[in-house]
Design a protein around this ligand. Structure first.
Ligand code: NDP
Ligand SMILES: O=C(O)C1=N[C@H](C(=O)O)C[C@H](O)C1
Length: 270
């Protein structure tokens, strides 16, 4: 039998982190080396020979955690949201110096959510209008959700490839925010409501018809198969991978030629 993957969870007291720590404990091919939260030292990762760190902390904390992980050659599977191009730039810089280290940024670990993004990208070129509505629990720190932002970017990418014009919208006066956030030309609306976990609707419209793609995570157990898949695969995926779909569909990344030697590349969408 091969040695179990040595995995630590960061944010282990949180809603996601506590479930992830239990999922790792329950996985036969993994060993939980550390369950760290806000007050704990990251030196524990090196002291315990951790191979993979799962980050489920907070947008304010994730970058510092990743700098430590990459500098020490600890692979990372990241569910924490709040990513911007500037943040990706810093991460790529660290990875360039540690080309054997892998980092997966997964806006959503839910298999259905990954499929929603894929279906939305596929549908995008056929509809003149599209808007994204994400609905979450009221303790969520960031808006719009990482999943909604990524969905909108994928849709915008497909619209550009198809040569579609800007969406029709005659709004000339509005209260601030009434038309949602503009993510790459796609309006994204965020609902925060007690009783919800994580939900998203992508609404497409054209002459005489609409198409709605909806995904619901009823509990955080829905994310765990995706977390474990990321942990199993990241050790053999050096560089930056954005989106669980690359592991789920076994897609080879398309990397810029200069990065194909194992330096910090970006799988599609990074
Ligand atoms: N990709 C995906 O599929 C999913 C991603 N998420 C994302 O995961 C993140 C966590 O979500 P959730 O579990 O709901 O949030 P929680 O607030 O429940 O958990 C976050 C935990 O991280 C702790 N924490 C904060 N800063 C640090 C730090 N520097 N080091 C270690 N731990 C720290 C928090 O402590 P304290 O309470 O003291 O602040 C808390 O225990 C969010 O960004 C969320 O959007 C969530 C669900 C699915
Ligand atoms: O904070 C959450 O709960 C979630 N965050 C992720 C996001 O921002 O997309 C994934 C999922 O929507 C749950």
């Amino acid at each position: 039998m091969t040695n179990p993957i040595r995995v630590a969870v960061l944010g282990a007291q949180g809603r996601m982190g506590s479930e992830a720590a239990q999922a790792v404990r329950d996985a036969e091919d993994m060993e939980l080396t550390a369950a760290l939260d806000r007050e704990d030292s990251l030196d524990t990762l090196t002291a315990t020979d951790t191979e993979v760190a799962v980050d489920l902390t907070h947008p304010d904390a994730v970058l510092g955690n990743l700098e430590f992980c990459v500098r020490h050659g600890v692979h990372a599977v990241v569910g924490t949201t709040g990513w911007t191009e500037e943040r990706f730039g810093k991460l790529r810089g660290w990875l360039a110096e540690k080309p054997a280290t892998g980092v997966l940024i997964a806006p959503n670990f839910g298999i259905g959510a990954v499929l929603t993004m894929r279906f939305a990208r596929e549908a995008a070129r056929f509809f003149e209008s599209v808007e994204v509505v994400e609905l979450h629990h009221p303790r969520k720190a960031d808006a719009p959700s990482g999943t909604a932002a990524r969905t909108a970017q994928l849709i915008a990418e497909a619209r550009r490839e198809a040569g579609l014009a800007a969406q029709p919208d005659a709004t000339s006066t509005q209260l601030d925010g009434a038309r949602g956030a503009d993510v790459d030309g796609v309006p994204v609306h965020a609902v925060r409501m007690r009783g919800l976990v994580a939900h998203q609707e992508v609404l497409f419209g054209d002459e005489g018809e609409t198409l709605t793609i909806r995904h619901d995570s009823m509990n955080r157990g829905s994310f765990m198969p995706g977390v474990l898949l990321g942990v199993r695969r990241i050790g053999t995926a050096p560089g930056l991978t954005v989106g669980l779909e690359h592991f789920l569909f076994n897609e080879e990344p398309s990397r810029p030629a200069a990065e194909s030697d194992g330096a910090a590349g970006t799988r599609r969408g990074g």
